[in-house]
Design a protein around this ligand. Structure first.
Ligand code: PMP
Length: 434
């Protein structure tokens, strides 16, 4: 595709300096230079509505978060081996939002690190090494965590201690089943994974899943599946690790965290992405006895994790969510947008399903509604067409055909209206469904 000379030059420079294969969004990559709230601007001053980014979750460059960062950066920033009240104040506030059993916070810089620590902790606690995850996921990029990825193959291939269960869903349900039979069929796959891990001598250290199965395409999970799966894992001696890197910090609109949707309380919760509104901070939230077991075996230390600036930023993000009513906003505007998308499905046969919760929405595109045939090329065309229309989204899912709408939480109804209008137009222009 023809690029402007400016973009072509940047692409060549990036390739030269950062190397080939460094991922980029869109057929026509964007050069963004500024952000504010739900808006982004490119180098030519063109404005884009951000319907994708959950990292700047309280809005791009939120002034209160910027001020908190600058204030603390001007006073003190050191590594984490000193007594520091900033991090304790933040940890207190953060932990107050979890079930009382989840009483300790270990800070990291990324979601990958948080999941890596969680896996180590599970091994330390259980003495087992087997991990259960889904067959359509991504949890991070360390050597250990990349073993769980099904979207990319880890370097050196897969090791034998991971079992992948089918991502639970109701739209293309396992065996065409429904209701309790569907739930039981998915639970049976968890039980098979457990049996296989025991048989091969790994035992079960943990099941690590995202409570809303975000990377799997936000499926409607059969009722009761998660409770039964967690029960089976615990009966086998394993822990339940909830990866809240995507689902956390008010995204789902009904709770600050995604795990209450599972009807269970995890043993470990991992956090990242929206936690610092763009500042790199993550965390492992764990039961005290599990942290103790881990620390008895390994003196975990993270130079940057939980430094005073990160803590000040993270604390301010929590305050902004509260002050600006962003949980309620996610619930209300998310519902409004989903209703609008469902109305659009009456006009566009390509929309097979609209799902999700709060401001995390999946729109499944199909080439045949009755057969539910995935339309990944249509999804790609729509994502690119919307980008050209000034609306930024992406896509996810097992078949790469689910439009992913996940804007900053300061997204309002008028922004939803704009998405609906542009999506209506983009779908109207869609020629090829495949
Ligand atoms: N967990 C989930 C569910 C993710 O989607 C991601 C990143 N996409 C990660 C963990 C890894 O987070 P990070 O990129 O901050 O290491």
């Amino acid at each position: 595709m023809q690029q402007s000379p400016h973009i072509a030059a940047l692409l060549a420079r990036r390739d030269r300096l950062l190397g080939p294969g460094t991922p980029l969004f869109y057929d026509r990559p964007l050069h963004l230079v500024r952000g504010e709230g739900v808006w982004l601007w490119d180098y030519e001053g063109r404005q884009y509505l951000d319907v994708y980014n959950n990292v700047p979750s309280v809005g791009h460059c939120h002034p209160d978060v910027v001020a908190a960062l600058a204030r603390q950066a001007a006073v003190l920033n050191v590594h984490s081996r000193y007594l520091d009240e900033t991090v304790l104040d933040y940890a207190e506030q953060l932990l107050g939002s979890f079930d009382a059993s989840l009483s300790t916070a270990t800070f990291t810089c990324t979601g990958s690190e948080a999941n890596d620590v969680a896996l180590q902790m599970a091994r330390a606690v259980t003495g087992a090494t087997g991990i259960i995850c889904t067959d359509a996921t991504y949890h991070g990029n360390t050597a250990a965590v990349s073993q769980l990825a099904s979207i990319f193959t880890p370097v050196g291939g897969y090791q034998p201690h991971v079992r992948r269960i089918p991502a639970p869903e109701s739209y293309r349900a396992l065996g065409g089943l429904a209701g309790d039979a569907l739930r039981d069929a998915y639970v049976a796959r968890v039980e098979e994974a457990i049996a296989s891990l025991h048989h091969d001598g790994f035992g079960v250290a943990a099941m690590l899943v995202c409570p809303i199965f975000a990377n799997e395409g936000l499926p409607d999970v059969p009722a009761g599946f998660m409770q039964a799966a967690v029960r089976a894992v615990r009966a086998a001696g394993g822990l339940f690790i909830a990866d809240e890197v995507q689902s956390g910090f008010a995204r789902s609109g009904d709770h600050l965290w995604g795990y209450p949707r599972t009807g269970t309380v995890p043993d470990i919760v991992t956090l990242g992405k929206p936690m610092g509104n763009g500042h790199p901070i993550g965390a492992v939230i764990a039961r005290r006895e599990h942290l103790v077991a881990y620390r008895e075996q390994f003196t975990y230390f993270n130079t940057f994790g939980g430094n005073p600036v990160s803590a000040a930023v993270g604390h301010e993000v929590l305050r902004v969510i509260e002050r600006e009513g962003l949980l309620q906003n996610a619930r209300e505007v998310g519902q409004y947008l989903r209703d609008g998308l469902r109305a659009l499905s009456g006009r566009h046969a390509a929309i097979g399903d609209v799902r999700g919760s709060g401001l995390f929405i999946g729109v499944e595109l199909v080439s045949d509604r009755a057969q539910r045939t995935p339309a990944p090329r249509a999804a790609r065309a729509v994502v690119n067409a919307l980008r050209d229309r000034g609306v930024l989204i992406s896509r996810i899912g097992v078949h790469d055909n689910v439009l992913k709408l996940r804007p900053p939480l300061v997204f309002r109804r008028e922004h939803a209206d704009r998405v609906l209008a542009e999506l209506d137009a983009a779908l109207g222009e869609l020629r090829e469904l495949a």
